[in-house]
Design a protein around this ligand. Structure first.
Ligand code: LLP
Length: 425
């Protein structure tokens, strides 16, 4: 098997004459020595470049970063600095964004089951938009209107357009059989528009859809845009949000549309369909995924003759549950030997107490991979850290932003005290 394809690494990953990897001018070996492993290493300039590409493709204030993909205070500030709006899907995400010093009026609140508390917090803080998902949520907003928490909230209605995206069923959301949004096909979407227009508890400013995540076919987006345009044009509302969902390449041979291509497909479709509303999108993965790699240490190498080789690293399903949840594929390589052939096939596993704790079912690695080696897994910048857990009371890894030769710790490694902070005995 070949060496790791460089296009799976972040923009500013470079290999020195000795074959060793640096990101943003920082040696991966030095980052690992300083902060320990596992560690998430983000290429900060790559994150900024993706934000800039998205703004160039869609326009200022027309890109809303989906914070669920990866959020910490430094990330919230970075996307805000780059002129993006921020989509939060819970009171917790909103709290982290506000703690970063990002103003509420660039935040939009999502969720299919927002609590009264979350809605109250969002209205009190003064979020830009609430994306309303159900008739029950409209009922809650009626109740909250009586509390006079602030100006009447501006809302968009999440529409389920009946478009199936080609992706894993757990992350497809546009089809009729979905917990999300008001179905277009059965008339609920129109009923919701009528109700919101007549309501004095909300100000209806637009409609929204999101067909799914990690979508590779630009045509799925064009299909959703067409269905939404049919619905939205006669409504003549100021805002149309077409969600996130642009896929990224995780493994050798995969190819995803660029952000620029996604922009062309969506905006051309909207123009052709006569959309006059401001069109926005909500990328998460396309901004963050390829910006980071997780660096682990190899702890055991177990050869079972005639069966397979297991390589265990010092993390696992608690820092990346995606292989277990969705069967997602990832590549792996040794930062000390980036250009080496990866001739050995092994099952790459974590340190959790179950056999399902797999990071890669058939990892390709150099044949001399040994205990003590650093092992890197690229494209872990989205839905890795954010979906992490403390299973087996493993402490969550730190996050380092590397840029211009400076490796900056933005989230420290958790300690045993962190594990006990909420445990009041
Ligand atoms: N907007 C809405 C309303 C969403 O629900 C999502 C993702 C996004 C935007 C951002 O989608 P993206 O551009 O990142 O595809 N945990 C799964 C992904 C779940 C996505 C949930 N919603 C995974 O690891 O693949």
């Amino acid at each position: 098997m070949s060496a790791i394809p460089m296009q799976l690494l972040s923009d500013n990953a470079t290999v020195g004459p000795d074959g060793n990897l640096s990101v943003g001018g920082c040696s991966i070996a030095e980052i690992a020595a300083e902060y320990g492993t596992p560690v998430f290493v983000y290429d900060e300039a790559h994150l900024r470049a993706r934000c800039q590409q998205a703004v160039a493709a869609f326009g200022h204030q027309q890109v809303v970063y989906a914070t669920k993909a990866f959020l910490c205070k430094a990330m919230a500030r970075l996307v805000y600095d780059e002129g993006l709006l921020l989509d939060v899907a819970s009171g917790g995400e909103l709290a982290v964004v506000l703690a970063a010093g990002v103003p509420a009026n660039v935040c939009t609140l999502h969720g299919n089951n927002k609590s009264m508390t979350e809605l109250r917090e969002a209205i009190t803080a003064g979020v830009r938009h609430i994306i309303v998902d159900s008739f029950d949520e409209l009922d809650r907003l009626d109740v909250l209107a009586a509390e006079q928490l602030g100006p009447v909230p501006k809302v968009l209605l999440r529409i389920t357009p009946g478009v199936s995206a080609h992706t894993h069923e757990f992350i497809a959301t546009g089809q009729d059989d979905s917990k999300f949004g008001f179905n277009l096909g059965n008339g609920d979407a129109l009923k919701a528009v009528d109700r919101a227009r007549r309501s004095t508890s909300v100000e209806l400013v637009g409609v929204h859809c999101h067909i799914g995540s990690n979508v590779f076919e630009a045509s799925s987006f064009a299909k959703a845009a067409a269905v939404m345009a049919d619905f939205a044009v006669p409504l003549d509302l100021p805002e149309l949000v077409l969600g996130g969902g642009l896929g990224v390449a995780y493994i050798e041979g995969e190819e995803a549309p660029t952000i620029a291509h996604w922009g062309n497909v969506l905006l051309d479709a909207c123009q052709a369909l006569g959309v006059r509303s401001k069109v926005s999108v909500e990328p998460g993965r396309a901004i963050a995924a390829a910006a980071a790699m997780t660096v682990y240490s190899v702890g055991t190498v177990k050869h079972i003759p005639g069966v397979r080789t297991y390589i265990s690293v010092d993390g696992g399903m608690s820092d990346n549950p995606r292989p277990v949840l969705y069967g997602s594929g990832y590549e792996s390589f040794l930062p000390r030997a980036v250009t080496d052939e990866r001739a050995m096939t092994a099952r790459l596993v974590g340190k959790h107490c179950e056999s399902g704790d797999v990071l890669s079912f058939a990892a390709q690695l150099p044949a001399d991979t040994a205990v003590g080696d650093l092992l890197a897994m690229p494209v872990t910048g989205a839905y890795g850290h954010s979906m992490g857990s403390n299973y087996n009371k493993i402490t969550r890894p730190p996050v380092v932003f590397a840029a211009n030769g400076d490796a900056r710790l933005v989230v420290r490694r958790e300690t045993y005290d962190d594990l006990l902070r909420a445990d009041i005995g």
